[in-house]
Design a protein around this ligand. Structure first.
Ligand code: FES
Length: 145
């Protein structure tokens, strides 16, 4: 039993160390979205989908249901980094309820502002998310699934 307790203690210590490192690097909003992301998944019968393989090698995917020219539901999936998860989660919340035109106005800077910023080396993650949202909506406007 003592060995298990020691192991649990070690794992807890490591986790606290990781949490402390993340808290130094990222804003509270980034950590909230990353640790508890919203709207993750793939819509079964979407009106449109956007998938982009970013230059970093990570893929971002948005699937969207629209109604009366508005974003009714939007889910995202990614195999990317923590910041990309935070950006994806925040962007789905920002886009929901907006008209297609309004959602197309969401810029990477808006995503970064909504998250209280990201470190320089993670700013491209917000651009990948913005581009993927726009690609999904453009696919719809061009009549592609
Ligand atoms: Fe690829 Fe963040 S490093 S999306």
């Amino acid at each position: 039993m003592k060995d298990n307790d020691d192991l649990d203690e070690m794992v807890r210590g490591l986790q606290e160390q990781i949490d402390a490192e993340e808290e130094k690097e990222f804003s509270a909003k980034v950590l909230r979205e990353y640790r508890n992301p919203q709207n993750v998944g793939r819509i079964k019968e979407p009106d449109c989908v956007g998938i982009i393989l970013g230059p970093c090698g990570d893929t971002m995917e948005f699937s969207i249901n629209l109604r009366n020219n508005r974003v009714r539901r939007v889910l995202f999936m990614t195999d990317g980094c923590g910041p990309s998860i935070a950006c994806g989660s925040m962007t789905t919340k920002m886009a929901t309820g907006k008209t297609i035109e309004e959602a197309l106005q969401i810029r990477d800077l808006d995503i970064l502002n909504a998250l209280d910023g990201l470190p320089e080396e993670n700013r491209h993650c917000a651009k990948l998310v913005m581009d993927t949202l726009h690609k999904a909506l453009c696919n719809f406007m061009e009549g592609n699934p």
